[in-house]
Ligand binder design. Structure first.
Ligand code: ADP
Ligand code: MG
Length: 686
């Protein structure tokens, strides 16, 4: 149960003064549903302003505070025009205070002619007139203008304004409880940190890096601690030790030798499976590194021990592909491999369910359907989760809770994330890294081409197809809106289809599953030669005969994503090419990304560089794209502070693993504050 002391923070945001249904909506849109969320809604940046005596002292574009006296009101000449108030400084320079739309009504009241006012805003020029458009504040003499010298700029959504958000933040801050300190005292002193509530207050007041660091550290500490609690809980659990005798694995007829990295990973997994505590292991390996065969060997160990194994894929397409691959590979061993997805109905489904229950199925491959309540296993001992990054820790724990005895878990990810982020995201797991590619891979010839040369590129694709080879064409990312991406993809598809006819298929995220599968099927079988897609092909899909990848507006993709996309080619023995089409508005970071893509194919290196490039772009750095589990800590802070938080958490676990001492109790509060409740639930009676 959440400690009572946190109640004021976890009340809904509409308990704040001035928040009704109208404001609730834009707040929810920003994820600000509770007082806690508003407290942690930190400014993106601050505007700092200068007090100037006269307009001559101010530069154009400068944020200023100045005393002006209105001399004349000029109403809009046409219905749409602005409302202007002319005002002069103390030596007679004139400046227009310009208002559009409804704001003009307030201007009339706020700026009576002949009465001096303090104006806060940005000085601009319009024609030969100086002007301030929509002053941020207008104050009477004696008003709080000095308090306006530095103001936060918050992320907004439609329907919110800076003063509104600032007001809600101030109200929320006034409700802060005093919480006990959870940070290790020596660390706290060394960093010269402030208390939690002081840090929050200051973080909203100005660019206080130290305060922001403390808040980020809290989040990182909560995360590390929660993951360690999961790990500790796992060690106490009784699973099923699995001893394989190697009999099934010996029957595999692989056309190749395992790489050193694969063999090492299999040994690590085998060691884990032999333990009573359930395995929690992450197999991290770039696209094409050969994770599938490692997963198969792991599952065969379970089968050798007379138990069942399941492989969970994130999508229907991937489940089918894994099923085909595994069934073919496993054929010489004689184990029974089945497929189960949400689309299986009727007799076939009944048959599979029966087989899982009576144990005649040894390995099942499928989507989430394999964990539905209606599915029972005779003896499920190992769960392999592919493309792990789509599941959060909480979901992972739910899966584990499924069996009578906790099954072993092997998670696989093709996203070679940097070491620090691996720790943050999978800190409760052991990691096996496939850092060695199977031999004989040809490097992918990667080139950057201007989008102006689109028609030449299309010619090249045509020649490629005429040669009997296949290609991918990834469509531009328009904006965040998926629908616009799809519109762009459909337009490109129409153009290419006009040219190449039925050889072209289209796949995107909103296509009906049957249509998507049919298109993929035509491409995989070679019947279609060009696959036009939004980024849905990013995950999975193995067509070794595809040897050309075209990516439009490549500069808009992150390095990690580009790397994943490029990894779709270069899977066969033929030489492959990747064309990165760039638009002309290329930022410095965009340029560097494309250069790196040309330079290296090492996914782990690209991941580290991606982190560096994105981390460097942040100023105060708050909000993250969805790929870290953090909302407060920036990439830069994660890199710098996570190792410290990790050590701190470990120290606390060593001294007080049950979190019962004074600091332990404080740490429980921290876990609830950052909604790592699942960490606390690992504690008996937590
Ligand atoms: P991943 O799932 O890691 O992206 P896959 O398991 O699909 O990679 O393997 C990619 C390709 O490499 C497959 O065609 C597979 O048969 C092949 N492969 C895997 N291991 C080896 C190896 N040790 N030597 C040669 N080829 C391999
Ligand atoms: Mg794979």
């Amino acid at each position: 149960m959440r400690p009572d002391i946190l109640n004021p923070l976890f009340t809904e945001s509409d308990t704040l003064d001035g928040v009704g249904p109208k404001l609730k909506k834009p707040l929810d849109k920003l994820g600000l549903t509770r007082v806690r969320d508003i407290v942690y809604h930190l400014p993106d940046r601050f505007v700092s302003r200068r007090v100037v005596e006269t307009l001559d002292d101010a530069g154009e574009g400068e944020q200023i505070v100045i005393a002006l006296t209105p001399t004349e009101h000029r109403a809009a000449r046409s219905g749409r025009g602005p409302y202007r108030v002319l005002a002069q400084d103390n030596i007679g320079n004139i400046c227009a205070l310009t208002y559009f739309g409804r704001a003009s009504y307030s201007a009339k009241k706020l700026l009576p002619v002949g009465e001096k006012r303090w104006i806060v805003g940005r000085l601009d020029r319009y024609g030969d007139m100086l002007q301030i458009v929509h002053p941020d504040h207008v104050e009477e003499e004696g008003g709080d203008t000095l308090g306006r010298l530095c103001e936060p700029v918050y992320p907004l959504s439609e329907g919110l304004t800076q003063p509104k958000v600032a007001g809600l933040v101030a109200q929320s801050i006034s409700r802060l409880p005093e919480l006990p300190e959870w940070i290790e005292p020596s660390q706290f002193d060394k960093q010269a940190w402030l208390s939690w509530s002081d840090a929050l207050k200051l973080a909203h007041k100005g660019e206080n890096a130290n305060a922001r660091d403390r808040l980020a550290y809290d989040e990182l500490l909560a995360n590390s601690l929660a993951l360690m609690l999961v790990r500790a809980d796992n060690r106490r659990r009784k699973g099923q030790p699995l001893q394989g005798d190697g009999s099934l694995r010996a029957k595999l007829q692989l056309p190749y030798q395992l790489t050193g990295a694969q063999a090492r990973s299999v040994r690590e997994i085998e060691g884990d499976l032999a333990q009573e505590a359930p395995m929690l292991r992450l197999l991290q390996g770039d696209v094409g590194a050969g994770k599938t065969v490692v997963a198969l060997e792991a599952m065969l160990i379970a089968n050798e021990a007379g138990r069942q194994a399941a492989l969970l894929a994130p999508t229907e397409i991937l489940a089918r592909q894994h099923f085909e691959t595994l069934r073919t590979m496993a054929k010489p061993t004689g184990v029974e491999v089945a497929l189960l997805t949400g689309r299986d109905k009727g007799r076939a489904r009944e048959g599979t369910l029966m087989g899982l229950l009576d144990g005649s199925i040894d390995i099942v491959v499928g989507t989430h359907a394999i964990f539905q309540d209606s599915v029972s296993y005779r003896d499920l001992a190992l769960v392999v989760i592919d493309e792990q990054h789509r599941f959060g820790v909480a979901q992972r724990l739910q899966l584990a809770a499924k069996g009578k005895r906790t099954p072993h878990t092997l998670a696989m990810t093709a996203t070679p994330i940097p070491r620090t982020l691996t720790l943050a995201q999978y800190g409760e797991m052991d990691v096996s890294r496939l850092d060695e590619m199977p031999p004989g891979r040809q490097p992918i010839d990667t080139r950057v081409v201007s989008l102006d040369r689109l028609s030449e590129v299309a010619d090249g694709v045509g020649r490629h197809m005429a040669n009997g080879q296949q290609a991918y064409w990834v469509c531009p990312m328009v904006r965040e809106h998926e629908t616009e991406d799809i519109a762009a993809a459909e337009a490109r598809y129409a153009g290419l289809k006009e040219r190449f006819g039925d050889d072209v298929v289209l796949v995107h995220g909103q296509l009906k599953p049957e249509l998507k599968d049919a298109a993929m099927e035509r491409f995989a079988s070679g019947a279609a030669r060009l696959l036009v897609a939004t980024t849905v092909i990013e995950v999975g899909v193995d067509v070794p005969a595809a040897t050309l990848m075209v990516i439009e507006q490549a500069e808009r993709f992150g390095l990690a994503q580009l790397h994943q996309l490029r990894g779709r080619v270069g899977r066969g023995s033929e030489k492959s090419t990747c064309l990165l089409l760039r638009g002309d508005a290329l930022s410095e970071v965009g340029r560097e990304r494309l250069a790196l893509m040309r330079e290296t194919q090492d996914g782990f290196r690209l991941a580290e560089e991606d982190l560096r490039l994105r981390g460097g772009g942040e100023l105060l750095g708050t909000r993250q794209s969805g790929d870290t589990p953090f909302r407060v800590a920036s990439l830069e802070q994660i890199t710098r502070l996570l190792p410290l938080a990790h050590d701190d958490a470990r120290l606390l676990m060593e001294r007080d693993g049950g979190l019962t001492g004074t600091r332990g109790e404080a740490a429980r509060i921290l876990l609830y504050l950052f909604e790592r409740d699942w960490g606390v639930q690992m504690l008996r009676g937590g």
